[in-house]
Design a protein around this ligand. Structure first.
Ligand code: FAD
Length: 326
């Protein structure tokens, strides 16, 4: 090799991050700084979660607009369709497209706690229907096919069908909590691809085999879109327990126990970062197309993971020790 990135180094895997909309003005300020730091590593996109029931639509849009106005990063908007009518979902997609967002993570979402299995589900019954709707709204908004050229009477040109940059969907390596089995999760993922999804992003998982085994089953089942592994460095025992509650994915004892017994904050940080970096290395070695890092709105731990993997450039690296999360 000749360049600095040659030799036995692989091309850098695609990196992406996930954030959630801040709940306070102070958190919003801190998030701007976090986004700036994440943008420095040139991620493929940064996604912003969407509160169930549409409660945080405006707050999601604020974060997405910040990215559009202050960074070169492609913003990706999570959208959920549970509880919305066709008209509402249409309006929602339009509003994000009008703001300049062209990448989406299409989710069904969860019905409000306590709701019965069929109450409040709205018109759209699955993430696949939302994927179709995003494509339809995008097509209706922009002309395609044979269109006139303004100012030149009679002249026409062929415009390609406009496409959103990315329409991503969720995938569940250890099964969705409501799933009857992994086979069903593969079927649902395939249905989302058929509907027009061009990327899958996984729920958290704690063992590389969960991800690699799921990808193998998905490929055998006919899924061809890239499946990005979702990985979160978890640096406190409380957060690990909370994630188990939120995702239904059992926390791994080989991380939970060391986090429980470690009293020192710096050592806790290293435990969580090392675990995530090891997992990331294993899935990349197994063929993962990139890494989607859950940030919990902090840049320190995810950037430290990239440092451990040797993915950041030296100019970016080595600055996290003094600013790490306590
Ligand atoms: P789907 O993919 O449609 O279904 C999930 C699973 O449910 C399937 O794998 C299958 O096991 C089962 N299932 C689906 N359809 C059927 C059927 N017809 N019959 C029987 N079983 C079926 N939630 C939010 O509110 N906001 C967010 O921003 C958000 N971001 C997320 C990001 C990622 C990467 C992930 C993995 C999840 C996120 N979620 C978010 C959570 C998501 O809303 C929940 O997982 C929800 O329960 C299902 O949505 P889905 O799009 O995964 O559904």
């Amino acid at each position: 090799g000749t360049g600095p990135d040659d030799g036995d180094r692989r091309p850098r895997p695609a990196i992406s991050f996930e954030l959630f909309p801040p709940r306070t003005d102070a958190a919003a300020l801190a998030l701007g700084r976090t986004i700036d730091r994440l943008a420095e590593v040139d991620p493929a996109f940064i996604s912003v979660t969407f509160g169930a029931g549409g409660s945080s639509r405006d707050r999601s849009l604020t974060v997405l607009r910040y990215m559009l106005e202050h960074t070169d990063v492609e913003p990706m908007a999570h959208l959920t369709c549970v509880g919305s009518s066709h008209a509402e979902a249409n309006r929602l997609v339009r509003e994000f497209l009008d703001a300049g967002v062209t990448s989406f993570l299409a989710l069904r979402g969860d019905p409000p706690a306590g709701a019965g299995p069929d109450t409040g589900l709205g018109d759209l019954r699955s993430a696949a229907e939302l994927v179709q709707l995003i494509h339809r709204v995008q097509e209706e908004r922009e002309p395609f096919g044979q269109v006139g050229i303004p100012g030149i009477p009679g002249a026409t040109r062929i415009l390609d069908r406009p496409r959103p940059e990315r329409v991503a969907v969720a995938a569940f390596p250890t099964g969705h909590p409501r799933s009857r089995g992994i086979g069903q999760d593969v079927d649902v993922l395939l249905a989302k691809e058929v509907a027009g999804a061009n990327l899958a992003i996984t729920q958290l998982f704690w063992h590389a085999d969960d991800y690699l085994g799921f990808v193998e089953r998905a490929r055998a089942g006919g899924v061809t879109i890239p499946i990005l592994p979702g990985i979160m460095p978890v640096t406190t025992p409380g957060r690990l327990a909370r994630l188990q509650e939120l995702t239904g994915v059992p926390a791994p004892s080989e991380l939970a126990i060391p986090l429980e017994i470690e009293p020192d904050a710096d050592a806790l940080f290293d435990l969580g970062v090392d675990f995530a970096a090891d997992l990331a290395r294993e899935v990349l070695d197994g063929g993962a197309p990139g890494l989607h890092l859950y940030t919990f709105n902090r840049h320190e731990a995810v950037l430290a993971v990239l440092d451990r993997l040797g993915i950041r450039t030296p100019a970016h690296a080595g600055t996290e020790r003094n600013t790490r999360e306590r």
